[in-house]
Each structure stands twice: as C-alpha cells, then as structure tokens.
Design a protein around this ligand. Structure first.
Ligand code: NAD
Length: 401
C-alpha cells in the first residue's frame, strides 16, 4: 500500500520528532494535538530540530521545504485524507481509547493506525476500533528522528498486509523496522530492563561503585552506562517501567529497591539535577558520582541484597549483560522476533556495539551457560538459565539461528 500522507496524533516529545522523521523523507504530516498551545509547543520543537539540522549543514531552503510539509490541527476533520496515522498521545489506556475511537470514525476505511505505545496492548488498542486488522504497534525510540529502530508489533487481529505496510513505512524513513510479537515492553526495552536492574543490584550489593559500573558497561558494549542512562530518563520513569515488568514477568524482574528510595527522596536524575551523579548547576553536565547516594544505599542495605551464600561474585562487566543474554534466549524461545533480527534491533535501538547473542557466542555458549548457572547459584531467580540456552549447549550448537 502506497503511503502518501500521514497524520501524527500527539505533538509531544515523540510526536514532534516522529513528524520530523517523516518530513525529512518528503512525506507530508498532519499533526494533531488537543489545543493550540500543545500544537504550538510541538511546532516549536519541530523548528528547533530543523534548526539544529541547519546548524549542522542542511541548507535553510531544504529545512523550509520540509517545514512546509507539516500542517497542524486540533481537529479530526481532515483525517479522511491520510493513509496512515501514528498515535503518540500520553501512555494512558483511556486517552488512547478515545483517540482510536475518533480515528476510526474520521479516517478512511483503508487507513492504517500505528500506535507508539511503550507498554499498552496493541490487541486491546485494536479492539477500540472496527478495524483491528489495520491496527499495529509502531514503537519508535527517543529521539525518533535520529534513532534507527522501529519495532513493528502486530496485535492478535492485525493482518499480514498491515504489518508489511508498517515495516515498509519504517524502512522508507531509513530505519531498521523489526517485527516483534506482542509482549510486555516489547523486545528492546524488555532486554534493557534486565540489564538496567542488574546494575542497581550490583550497586546495592557494593560489588562496584557508580562510575565503575558505568565504565564497565561502556568498555564492554554500551554507548552510555546504565546509571548515567537512568539519570537521563529519570528514576521515576525507571521505577514505573520496572514495576510494570515485574507485574508482567514476575520475580526475575523484581525492581531493585534503590530506585524506589531515590524516587522517595526525589533524586530523579538530570531533571532534579541529582541522581546517581551530581550535576553542575550552570552547565547541567555530570559532575562526578553523587555523594548523596551513600545515604540512600545505607538506608536500603539491610542484608536482603546479599548473595545466597553471603559471598558475592567479583564484579565483571559480564554480570550486567548475563541477564540480558538470558532474556534474549527467553525471547527466542517465545518467538518474539526472528533470531537474525535480535542483535540488529538491540544495536539500532540502544547503540550497542555487540548484541546479546553475539556476546553469548563470543563467550562460548557453554561458558555463557556456566556463568549464568554460577550467578543463579549465588543470586537466585534473576539468573535462572533460559531452557533454550541449555538446549543449545546440550545440542553442542556454537551458533544461534
Ligand atoms: P508527551 O507527554 O511528551 O506527549 C503527549 C502529547 O499527546 C501531548 O502533547 C498531549 O497534549 C497530547 N495528547 C494527549 N491527549 C491527546 C488527544 N486526545 N489528542 C491529541 N493529542 C493528545 O508524551 P511522549 O513522551 O511523546 O509519549 C507519547 C507516547 O509515546 C506514549 O505512548 C509513550 O509511551 C510513547 N513513547 C515514549 C517514548 C519516550 O522516550 N518519551 C519512547 C517511546 C514511546
């Protein structure tokens, strides 16, 4: 299906940068928000993003031509003209319900709806319309005009044609568009959650300090350490996501109590100018580990964090990635994505230099399993080995397919 014109509903952080991704490829965008003030905020963000492109060398004329492709509105009346809608309104099922009911009413019967939800069910969102076959998850990463991944998530009723069109649209934006089956947090954030949480357990346990953990992660595979990333995204957002994953997946995702203690003290990261790191008030840049974290850690440390036999395993970067690798095998087992898509999705979505499956094969699958088993002995459920990994080792496989 040819997509000539799209609409983006919600002109916030994601909606405005998704609009920039479309206009950069010459696709006209109808951008909707609830009132003029919100629309203006979205347009100001688009202007800012385009200006930064001009500052980096894009001709002003080209930026103006792209800007002219955005039409802003507070109404649904023109939605009959669009082929594809991306919904990027607040992460609230009641708000999404109202939006999808309106889209269903105003859009052409052939129009496809993609939701940028991070955690809500695509199947449930589809059920708010009379076209569940034409509703699909299109999960962009922040900032959407720069990040190279879009996860395409079919709901139970989504048709193969809709998935195909969504993947083609993602690709036409120059992105890696990966089909991911519906599961809590989808693929990339599900794996990211395991790694982020493990970093907190390491800190709580005292096996490594803030800067050592972040440096180990960066040296191993990441563009930014897990604690610096948590400060960027906010401890409050991190806690909500951790609780959601715990509710959906159970014990292995049990949120480390450090996060809750930080939220109680309003040490949210960059937005409160204090989290794992301290921040310079003028430059807003990182200024070393935050001394206030010592009190948080002392308050939370009560012995329950200790390894089962009381002896923690010496900290190595692998400790952060073993839960992610194990979760990757659980995803393969559940057929959440094709094996060949998993590492490219993680690399495009998180900027990893090596994906979790490549890490596992580089370690040697048998060695990887042994390490996971040793951590399972010491730390319990977070490291229960994925059955599929065990089968790979029993079957003497050395590659993953
Ligand atoms: P945001 O709060 O920055 O923007 C949401 C926008 O939706 C606001 O401008 C709001 O006025 C508007 N809105 C609310 N109700 C509306 C309605 N009925 N009609 C039109 N507009 C409406 O939120 P965000 O961070 O851009 O997130 C939007 C969606 O993207 C959420 O589902 C979120 O889970 C998802 N998401 C966010 C990120 C991220 O890093 N922020 C990443 C991936 C996905």
């Amino acid at each position: 299906m040819q997509i000539n014109r799209v609409a983006v509903v919600g002109a916030g952080t994601m909606g405005s940068s998704i609009a920039v991704a479309f206009i950069a490829k010459g696709i006209p965008v109808l951008l909707k928000d609830i009132d003029q003030a919100q629309v203006d905020k979205g347009l100001a963000n688009i202007d800012r993003l385009l200006k930064s492109r001009v500052d980096k060398g894009m001709p002003k004329k080209e930026a103006d031509a792209q800007r002219a492709l955005v039409e802003a509105t507070t109404e649904y009346s023109r939605f009959s003209e669009v082929d594809f809608v991306i919904e990027a309104v607040a992460e609230n099922i009641d708000i999404k319900k109202k939006v999808f009911e309106s889209l269903d009413e105003y859009c052409n019967v052939d129009a496809i709806f993609g939701s940028n939800t991070s955690s809500l069910s695509i199947t449930q969102i589809g059920s708010f319309t009379r076209r569940a076959d034409k509703v699909v998850g299109m999960h962009f990463f922040n900032p959407a005009h720069l990040m190279k991944l879009v996860e395409v998530i079919p709901g139970l009723e989504t048709s193969p044609e809709t998935v195909q069109t969504a993947i083609a649209l993602g690709q036409s934006l120059g992105k890696l568009a990966v089909r991911v089956e519906e599961c809590a947090s989808f693929l990339v954030n599900r794996l990211l959650g395991r790694y982020m949480n493990e970093a907190l357990w390491c800190l709580l346990e005292g096996v490594a300090d803030i800067e050592t953990i972040d440096k180990a992660a960066c040296d191993f595979a990441m563009p930014i350490g897990p604690l610096a990333l948590r400060d960027m995204n906010g401890a409050d957002i991190g806690l909500a996501v951790a609780k959601f994953n715990f509710q959906e997946y159970g014990e292995r995702f049990a949120p480390c109590p450090v996060l809750e203690a930080m939220v109680e003290k309003q040490m949210l990261g960059q937005k409160t100018m204090g989290g794992f790191y301290a921040y310079d008030k003028e430059t807003r840049k990182r200024a070393g580990a935050n001394p206030a974290m010592a009190e948080i850690l002392n308050t939370v440390r009560n012995g329950s964090h200790k390894s089962k036999d009381g002896k923690a395993i010496e900290f190595k970067a692998e400790r952060l990635f073993l839960p992610m690798i194990n979760e990757a095998f659980l995803c393969l087992q559940e057929r959440i994505c094709a094996p060949e898509d998993l590492d490219p999705a993680l690399c495009a979505g998180l900027g990893m230099r090596t994906g979790p499956l490549a890490m596992a094969t580089q370690m040697g699958l048998d060695n990887c399993l042994q390490q996971i088993e040793a951590h399972f002995e010491a730390y319990g459920e977070r490291f229960r080995p994925a059955p599929l990994l065990k089968r790979y080792v029993w079957g003497k496989r050395t590659t993953i397919s």
